[in-house]
Design a protein around this ligand. Sequence first.
Ligand code: NAD
Length: 420
Amino acid sequence: MQKELLANPVFAMAAEQFDLVADFLQLPDDLRERCKWPKRLISVAVPIKLDNGVTQVFYGHRVQHHLTRGPVKGGLRFHPSVDLGEVAALAMWMNWKCALMDLPYGGGKGGIACDPRQMSRGELERLTRRFTMEMLPFISPEIDVMAPDMGTNEQTMAWMTDTYSARTGYLVPSIVTGKPIGMQGSAGRTLATGHGVAFLSTNALYKLGISIGSATAIVQGFGNVGSHTAKTLAAYGVKVTGISDASGALWNSCGIDVDALRVYVAEHGVVSGFPGADVIDPQEMLCQPCDVLAPAAMERAITKDIAALLQCRILAEGANGPTTPEADRIIDERGDIFVIPDILCNAGGVTVSYFEWVQNFQRFQWSENEVISKLETMLQKAFEKVTSFADRHKVSQRMAAQSIAVKTVADAKSLRGLFP
Ligand code: NAD
């Protein structure tokens, strides 16, 4: 493989984390190579006609990290910064997440470099359908199952399902997950990631002996993950004192009314201007005393400078890769913060995506209660696996989670052996 194709700071971060884990596990060189580098890198030109009649060629990528334990699973994002290296890093993290949760999947990620906010609905539909067509030789419910990510949504998944099904001649809902409920999506999928972040946070509070009724939380990001994290924490009785999004940060030491904020954001699109809280500097908000800090916005939000100033007891990583490796080292040295690492903390989304895929094969819809109760059982099991590994081996929660995951993949590769 031409490894220079993957040159990107996010891939460098994922690779550095992998190397630390492989050293800890003392993975033999051959298995290390097979686990670290992606199986398939697919890049395609996606030409479409814009509304003004001009033909524009977009570039799309899909990385299938490995297919050792089943089809690859992971999102499709539409964003200007998408490149092969970023997508490969996200595919690698998906790998570890699926393995940690014991889902029968490898990791994948895809994206198209574009700015969906500047495109009409018609242009987005043509882009999605043409990309799906270009992917036809590489996807199926048994090979690669995509889902929404940044800049894509359940409508995107409905168009992908329709394009794929037009080729087969019958409806194949299991080709993607994160579909609308009316197109065999799963109950509970929208709230799953945030619900999981909140649920695992309460597990951590319990482990640290902090009562939920007296706990406080700060949430960065108020999109899908952040808003459901805040809503569920508040429903459990946790006081949410700080919430931010790209527009600014809010603070109320008596607790922000999360339901009222959700109504406000549905109307205004952003948290700024919400009357039920004071304004605070977004970076300062992250460093206020609290029991749970949930970064649920974007990658690399907790830098080394912020890590030194954190005053939380639990860092619940709702976003993917929110803590830089330098920050991670500081948090490790401090030893006073219980980290719920991203591949565990935000695994609720992919777990309910897996449930959706299973329901599609079964041609049977589960109720939201059934979905959430199965989700909590699986998250609790993974949480216990990670904390007991960390305690047993005296390593960080992140090292524990990634070690379990990498070892699961390495063991599967060893069992399958090499062919021919
Ligand atoms: P989203 O687009 O719905 O929301 C992102 C939120 O982050 C928005 O409120 C945005 O305003 C906010 N934000 C952006 N820049 C910010 C900044 N500088 N400071 C504070 N807030 C900022 O995205 P999402 O689906 O909620 O995903 C959030 C993170 O969680 C991403 O890292 C994503 O990869 C990860 N994740 C999402 C899911 C899922 O099911 N949606 C699953 C696993 C992981």
